[in-house]
Write a protein that binds this ligand. Structure first.
Ligand code: ZN
Length: 275
């Protein structure tokens, strides 16, 4: 599942390719989107900017139109030159936005809606989005206060609650808890102010490290000192996520995994480093 860093990189790529360009064509498999195009054509408008907000991707067009998409499990946006071969099958195409030089193709994008600034501000799930660590105006204090406002919630679940802090998914959630030495099954109410600060700062640091220009597409939180294997599998880059039964990279105790009772999502942790 794409986390906030993936969406951020997609938005940056789309913004560089499309911002300031005029839409020359629009197609979609979604009737609601094509109806919008029929009634209030996107074609002829300018793409003003593309931005990420947590795990949401927003394309802003002139005359107050915003295409809002959410990738959920499998969605992705690609950029192609006209005539260039697509890397995914045509049957996965849901949205195509054409400009003279480039086209943006949304594959398997499960949530796609047109909004005005006004309707977006009222859209459920979006209107209560918490501070996004990758946003230029990220408010760490607000994120800390949001987490502190849910003392009964387990840390591993609180970090996934997009209303509290926006952009973390399953991988970052486990990695942040490990880096802070906190058991993901502790309730937020047992954490000190300093521990909450550390959680928010670490979440931001990990997300930011994954959106630098050379960060590639993989989530990286653990960087081995020596890279001799040349392997690129995900386990080389992470402290605990996906490593159940393998030795902790700090203390060699086997990493554990378990589901949170409230929603069945899995956290990975070291029982010694995160006692
Ligand atoms: Zn350990």
């Amino acid at each position: 599942m794409p986390e906030g860093d993936t969406i951020f990189r997609s938005a940056r790529t789309l913004d560089r390719a499309l911002a300031g360009k005029v839409v020359t064509g629009f197609r979609s498999e979604y009737a609601l989107l094509t109806r919008f195009e029929d009634n209030t054509p996107l074609t002829g408008r300018t793409i003003e900017s593309v931005e990420a907000r947590g795990k949401w991707l927003l394309m802003h067009f002139s005359e107050d139109a915003i295409l809002v998409t959410h990738m959920l499990m499998n969605g992705s946006w690609h950029i192609y030159r006209p005539g260039e071969r697509w890397q995914k099958p045509r049957s996965d195409m849901r949205i195509v936005i054409e400009t003279a030089a480039m086209l943006a193709v949304g594959f398997n994008v499960p949530v796609a809606e047109f909004h005005t600034a006004h309707s977006l501000a009222r859209r459920q799930g979006f209107n209560r989005l918490g501070p996004a660590p990758l946003a230029a105006d990220f408010d760490a204090e607000a994120a800390i206060a949001n987490l502190a406002s849910r003392p009964d919630l387990e840390l591993g679940l609180a970090l996934l609650d997009q209303k509290l802090i926006a952009g973390l998914g399953n991988v970052f959630k486990s990695e942040v808890a490990f880096a802070c030495g906190l058991n993901p099954f502790r309730t937020v109410g047992t954490l000190s102010r300093g521990q909450l600060e550390s959680v928010v700062a670490t979440a931001r640091k990990f997300l930011q490290a994954n959106v630098t220009e050379n960060s590639g597409d993989r989530i990286v939180t653990f960087v081995p000192h020596r890279r001799t294997t040349g392997r690129t599998d995900v386990e080389e880059n992470l402290w605990v996520y996906g490593r159940a039964g393998k030795p902790c990279r700090r203390c060699a105790t086997p990493v554990r995994s378990a589901k949170h009772r409230a929603d069945g999502r899995i956290s990975f942790w070291c029982p010694v480093c995160q006692a």
